[in-house]
Ligand binder design. Structure first.
Ligand SMILES: *Cc1c(COP(=O)(O)O)cnc(C)c1O
Length: 420
């Protein structure tokens, strides 16, 4: 019996998909398995009790208890690290848990965060929660670095932005914000979910930490939730004041993630389960192929709708009319698989959605199936009309998360629903 699979030599740089497909084999896999197996054990036994103590004290590697780490999840963490060309990744039960970990592990009362006004709805809601609990969050139009700079205070510890905002697709001034953070020694966190590490690596604009909701494009199938926080190695943690003495024992490069693993993952417990990690790892193998198709479909649909006089507006960074089209084209491999559009007055958005046969009214994105949602009435309902107006969200706005269906079928579906 083969004790472990042959490992792959790691000195050569392979292409994106090759690297993901063979990433588990960077380390030996039990019994020659080609997939890292699903390890369900919560506890890990040691023949020598001294070794158990040494693992607990961080003096040698090993698993302690399933809440803090698991071999199946570790293999996924390594995969995300190589996708982002980063230094280290920690996975969480959901994307929101990964964002919550920033608050739990890295912020204290009196600290300040600058974030974007154009954000995933639940992150927007999280910042409202944080604002009444201690740290203060200021949300600014992050499509212009000047607004971010004007909001900085001596207490600003972190700048948090998304790449392409969901659902209106504003693109943050990513490179210039990165330069500002570097000059000021501020931790720059980029939520890369909308672009995915295939279209964009935030490390290139100086992000210190990258958030990915694994639930979306990385898994792609919509059957598992997960989130990840990747340390790109770009931030000098010796400049971060909130690192407890316990974690300053490690080399400086590891301070941030050591504190996140203990203070957020261990103490708050939003751990990714091994079954979900396995589903996500399998989905990730086809990520580049899916995203290429989704982006091609999104561009074709956006162009078709943009040319139709019954459509009021189409928001997609791939269209030359988009305000950040140039930034998007210079930073991202393609413009993404998500766009939103508004119908002309007199066409009811619910009636339109009900006429679609392929696109499904549902709340997810990065799924292989095309999903549509009337934003103001669902995911952005709770925040109310005033905040929606601030975020540029029309009451008739429809968000489309484009899937991998055949292009002609999608075009036909969206066109026929207009004609009806
Ligand atoms: C979906 C999403 C999240 C949250 O991910 P979950 O896994 O659903 O918790 C965070 N940020 C962005 C940009 C998202 O689209």
């Amino acid at each position: 019996m083969q004790p472990e699979s042959p490992t792959m030599s790691s000195d050569k740089k392979y292409g994106y998909t090759t690297t993901i497909l063979h990433s588990d084999r960077q380390k030996p896999i039990e019994h020659g398995s080609l997939h890292k197996p699903i390890h369900t054990s919560v506890a890990y036994g040691y023949a020598d009790a001294r070794q158990l103590a040494s693992v607990f004290q961080g003096r040698e590697p090993g698993y302690r208890y399933g809440r803090q780490g698991n071999p199946t999840v570790s293999a996924l963490e390594d995969k995300i690290t190589s996708m982002e060309d980063g230094a280290q990744t920690i996975c969480f039960a959901t994307g929101m848990a990964a964002i919550g970990a920033l608050v739990q592990a890295l912020l204290r009362e009196g600290d300040h965060v600058v974030s974007s006004s154009f954000l995933f709805g639940n992150t927007n809601s999280l910042w409202q929660t944080v604002n009444v609990q201690g740290p203060r969050v200021t949300m600014v139009d992050a499509t212009d670095v000047a607004n971010v700079e004007a909001a900085l205070t001596p207490q600003t510890r972190m700048v948090f932005v998304e790449t392409i905002a969901n659902p209106r697709t504003q693109v943050a001034d990513l490179a210039r914000i990165g330069e500002l953070c570097r000059q000021r020694g501020i931790l720059y966190v980029v939520d890369n979910t909308m672009t995915s590490p295939y279209l964009f690596r935030p490390k290139v604009v100086g992000a210190g930490l990258v958030v990915n909701a694994l639930t979306k494009s990385i898994a792609g199938h919509g059957i598992a939730l997960g989130g990840a926080l990747t340390d790109t190695g770009m931030y000098d943690w010796s400049r971060y004041p909130n690192i407890a003495d316990n974690y300053r024992r490690y080399p400086t490069a590891q301070w941030g993630m050591a504190q996140v693993r203990a203070k957020a993952l261990r103490d708050f417990g939003a751990t990714l389960g091994p079954e979900a990690a396995h589903h996500i790892a399998v989905g990730a193998e086809t990520m580049a192929l899916r995203i290429e198709r989704e982006c091609a479909n999104a561009l074709a649909l956006a162009q078709m709708l943009d040319a139709d006089e019954r459509v009021q507006a189409v928001h997609y960074p791939g269209l030359p009319s988009h305000p950040q089209h140039a930034i998007s084209a210079s930073l991202f491999r393609r413009a993404g698989g998500l766009f939103s559009f508004e119908l002309k007055d007199g066409i009811d958005c619910f009636d339109y959605l009900n006429r679609l046969k392929l696109a499904i009214p549902a709340s997810n994105l990065g799924d292989t199936r095309t999903l549509v949602i009337p934003v103001a009435h669902t995911i952005f309902y709770e925040m109310g009309a005033a905040r929606r107006a601030e975020m540029g969200i029309a009451e008739s706005l429809i968000r489309v998360s484009v899937g991998i269906e055949d292009t002609e079928d999608l075009i036909e579906d969206f066109k026929r629903a207009l004609d009806a």
